[in-house]
Design a protein around this ligand. Sequence first.
Ligand code: MN
Length: 273
Amino acid sequence: MRRIRTIFLSDIHLGTRACQAERLLSFLRVHEAEHVYLLGDIIDFWSLRRGIYWPPLHNTFVQKMLKRARHQVNVVFVPGNHDEALRDYVGNNFGDIRVVRDAVHVAADGKRYLLMHGDEFDQITRYHRWVALLGDIAYGVLLRVNVLPTWVRRNLHLRGYWSLADYAKRKIKGALEFVYGFEASVAHHAQLSGFDGVVCGHIHSAAIKTLGDVIYINCGDWVDSCTAILEHHDGRMELVHWREHEVLKEDLSLEPLPVGTPALARVVPLRRR
Ligand SMILES: [Mn+2]
C-alpha cells in the first residue's frame, strides 16, 4: 500500500466498453490518499445515451469512492463534458462526495493549483458540438478496433498495451497541434488567474510540465493510457502509468501462466473426463 497525499483522476468514462475499470481498481487497491479529485468525464453519459452498458466493476468504482468519502477522505468531483448533466448538481453532495464546478488545491509545498476538467478550452467542443460528437464516435471506433490486438497481446503474454487510438493521436500532426494548443491555453489561463499550477483532463494526454510560469498537469485517462497523478507528502507531483505488469505484480490471482501454456487455457479450463 502506497500512502500519498492526493490522487488526481480524470476521463475514466464509466459506462463505455473501453473503460479499463479493472486496471483502475487494481491501482486504487494499492494507493491510499487524503484527497481524491475526480476531474471530469468520470461517467460517460454521451455513451450511455446510445445504450446502457454498466458492468459490476463500474459500480464497484462508484462504491469505492463513496466509501472513501465516508471514511474521512476528501473526495471532490468536478464534472466534465461527458458528465455535464451533473453540473446541475454543483454545490451538492453525492453521499460524502462534493460536486463543484472547479476547485483549488493547495499542495503540501504551498503551491496553489487550479483544478478543472478543461473542455472550456477546447474550442471545437465549445462551439461545434456536432463536430465534437463526430470526433467522439470516431475515437470510440478506434478503441473498439483496438480490443482485438489487446486480447491477442494479453493472451500471448506480451507486455504493455499497444493502443491504436494513442498511436493515431500521436501520429496525426493536427492532433498534436491540438494538444499543444490546449495545453498552452489552459496554462495561460491559470497563469493569468494567479495560480502556481493547473490540473485538468479532457484531452486524454497525461503530462506534468512547466509552461511559462505555471506547472501544467493533465491526468490522462483510463480508457487508453491508464494514467493518474499523485501528490506526495512533500508536494511533489508524479505521473503514474498503470501497466499490465504492475497489475500482475500486485494481484497474485493474475499470475502469468508458465511459458508454453496454450493461450486458450486461460479462458477455457481444459478438463478430461
Ligand atoms: Mn472531456
